[in-house]
Design a protein around this ligand. Sequence first.
Ligand code: FE2
Length: 392
Amino acid sequence: MSQEDNKSKEVSNVEYGLEKIFEGAQDFLPLLGTDYVEFYVGNAKQSAHYYKTAFGFQSHAYAGLETGLKDRVSYVLKQDKIRLVLTTALTSDSPIGEHVKKHGDGVKVIALWVEDARKSFEETVKRGAKVYMEPVVEKDEQGEVVRAGIYTYGETVHMFVERKNYKGEFLPGFRKWESDYNPAPVGLKFIDHMVGNVGWNQMNDTVKWYEDVMGFVNFLTFDDKQITTEYSALMSKVMSNGNGRIKFPINEPAEGKKKSQIEEYIDFYEGAGVQHLALATDDIIKTVADLKARGVEFLPPPPQAYYDEIPTRLVVHRDMMKEDIKELQRLSILVDADEEGYLLQIFTKPVEDRPTLFYEVIQRMGAKGFGAGNFKALFESIEREQALRGTL
Ligand code: FE2
């Protein structure tokens, strides 16, 4: 990580202006940012092609048979500050293969960038975290990286990554991935938040785990009365670390007339896991137009009435809004506002055959929420998709 990366993360935190809210948070686990997100997938080579072609990620690093690995292969993709790692097993007796067999393609590791991986590991394990990986020092000619991991919900892992003594691009053991195929980026900048789905009655235990073990605070709560449609419901609590850089909303299903989208996820993922990654852009109209042209599928648009009501819903922020509502409607982009500004967001369909992981593209224009004003329109869109799948 360069000094510049440090600086811009600092700026984005100030932009969030969340310091006051997090005064109560504990600082035994200072987090510098998200380091990488690793997916276990059935075919990393083909997934990597998809993320390059459809989402504009760039070839970054590679490890596999050619670098001395025998059991796995990993492709690292980068877009601005976002790093995705796609990993596939090369043998039938691999825990990576077992993970894919049970869950389908999905997120295994949410890696967090820290100053001191050993201390992060000790502090969290002392507070009750289940060990995934004891601290390991990995070295090459570029220096050394220390990593250690703990389990969070389901089989998902938080890996602490200390890279202050490393000058290489990614991790020791990886080589630069040179490719002749380099589609342009689409303007995705950083991970705004990552959402976890947990099973019935598991949300409060998960929230307490993040408070006790990670020192996070719960700064927003949505109950099943706020997040409900005619048919289905869910509950959500947003957890944040002490400096506001890392935000993990946690969802659980709630009773409705029909099946909650969270229950559908849990059924198909066969357990708790990452539901969506929200990727930030500073020009959502351009980013979404690019993504659509490259074949990314988004949820169908809300009805005309949704766009007709925007000027009334956004009365306070209407004047600061630069985007043309017709343009937003053409691309099915959603708008929400809070006291401090507005935000623009859109959600993809699931990106694998099981209806599990999807992506959000978000542009914050001052607003710090998560689009609560869009939940109804969004969930009605999801329910129409669930109905087509026969899972509503
Ligand atoms: Fe989100």
